[in-house]
Ligand binder design. Structure first.
Ligand code: ZN
Length: 138
C-alpha cells in the first residue's frame, strides 16, 4: 500500500539530515569554528556567527525532553496510527540540542520525560527514510 503521510522535502540545508537517515546515520549540523551543534540547520552559527557549518554524525542517543500524544488527524495517512506519540529528544551531544520524531516500541505507561531513547530509521518510501526514536536498549 502506498505511503500516504506527508513526506519531508529536503532543501540545501536539510539534505544532509535526510541523506544521513537513508544511510542509517543521524547527521546534525556543527559549527567548524566553535564546535556548537545546531538543529534545525541554519546559515550561521547562533553561538559565534560562524558560517562554516558542516553535517556531522551524532550518536542518536538522548532523552525525552517533552512529548505529546496526538489524537488528531491533521493529514491523510494517520487513520490507523492515532493516537501516536511525538517526542522532542534532547541529544546527548549538547544541552538544548533537540530533534523531533515519533516514538516507537513504547507503552504509554513506560513513556516519561527524561526517558533514555535512541534513534531508529524507518524506510517509508524508496527515497525517504525517517529518523524516529524508541526506548534505549541496554
Ligand atoms: Zn560557532
Amino acid at each position: 500500500m502506498a505511503y500516504r503521510k506527508p513526506l519531508p522535502v529536503a532543501d540545501e540545508r536539510s539534505a544532509a539530515y535526510w541523506d544521513g537517515a537513508r544511510h542509517r546515520q543521524l547527521m546534525i549540523q556543527r559549527c567548524s569554528a566553535c564546535g556548537r551543534w545546531i538543529h534545525y540547520p541554519k546559515a550561521t552559527c547562533p553561538a559565534c556567527g560562524g558560517t562554516e557549518l558542516r553535517p556531522m554524525p551524532v550518536s542518536g542517543r538522548g532523552v525525552v525532553y517533552t512529548f505529546t500524544v496526538s489524537h488528531y488527524l491533521g493529514a491523510p495517512g494517520f487513520e490507523d496510527e492515532v493516537p501516536y506519540v511525538v517526542v522532542l529528544v534532547e541529544l546527548e551531544e549538547q544541552e538544548g540540542l533537540r530533534v523531533v520524531g515519533n516514538l516507537r516500541d513504547c507503552s504509554r505507561e513506560q513513556l516519561h520525560v527524561g526517558m533514555p531513547v535512541e534513534v531508529l530509521f524507518e524506510d517509508v518510501t524508496p527515497e525517504v527514510t525517517l529518523p524516529q526514536f524508541r526506548p534505549r536498549r541496554a
